[in-house]
Structures are given as structure tokens and as C-alpha cells.
Write a new protein. Structure first.
Length: 98
């Protein structure tokens, strides 16, 4: 197991001290930056809300994005399986012609 390193992450004007694997540091920092960018975007679009509202909006956005990615992955997997099945059928048909 890799040794964990301490990092300070700032999300929505609050600092969080985390212990993560060194290999994950860049991903964690980029994710935090994305979250903060989305908070800023929602602040511009929906003025007058408090920070909890913005964080909730970002959470909903992020979960929806992840769910959509999962659905897209399933669709690509199903398409690949169907193409493989069709390829087998074509191969079988071609082998029967010889």
C-alpha cells in the first residue's frame, strides 16, 4: 500500500485537510478546482443564494454527470457486444460460402 500524503483542499471557501495517495493528488486538486469553478458559475447564474445552495447545485450537477457517463459506458458496451455478434454471424456466413 502506498503511503498517504497530507494535502489541503479549498472548496467553497472552506479548507479540508485530506490524506491521499501521492498518485491521486493531481486528480483531487483538479476535481476541487472544477467544483470551485462550478460554484462560481452557479453564483453568476443564480445570484443571491447562500454557499450551501451553490454546493448542493454542484453536487447535483456532478452526480448527474457521473450517472450520464455510466449510461454512456453501458451504451457503448452494448453496441460493442452487438457488433461482435454481427461480426461472428458474418464470419460464419462467409465460412459457409467457401
Amino acid at each position: 500500500m502506498s503511503e498517504l500524503i497530507p494535502v489541503n483542499i479549498l472548496i467553497a471557501d472552506r479548507s479540508y485537510r485530506l490524506k491521499i495517495e501521492a498518485a491521486d493528488e493531481e486528480m483531487v486538486r483538479k476535481t476541487a478546482a472544477l467544483i470551485n469553478d462550478k460554484i462560481t458559475q452557479f453564483k453568476i447564474q443564480f445570484a443571491g443564494k447562500d454557499m450551501q445552495d451553490y454546493v448542493s447545485m454542484v453536487l447535483l450537477w456532478f452526480a448527474t454527470e457521473q450517472n450520464q457517463s455510466g449510461i454512456d459506458h453501458v451504451k457503448w458496451t452494448e453496441a460493442a457486444e452487438k457488433l461482435a455478434s454481427l461480426e461472428k454471424m458474418v464470419d460464419k456466413a462467409l465460412a459457409g460460402d467457401q
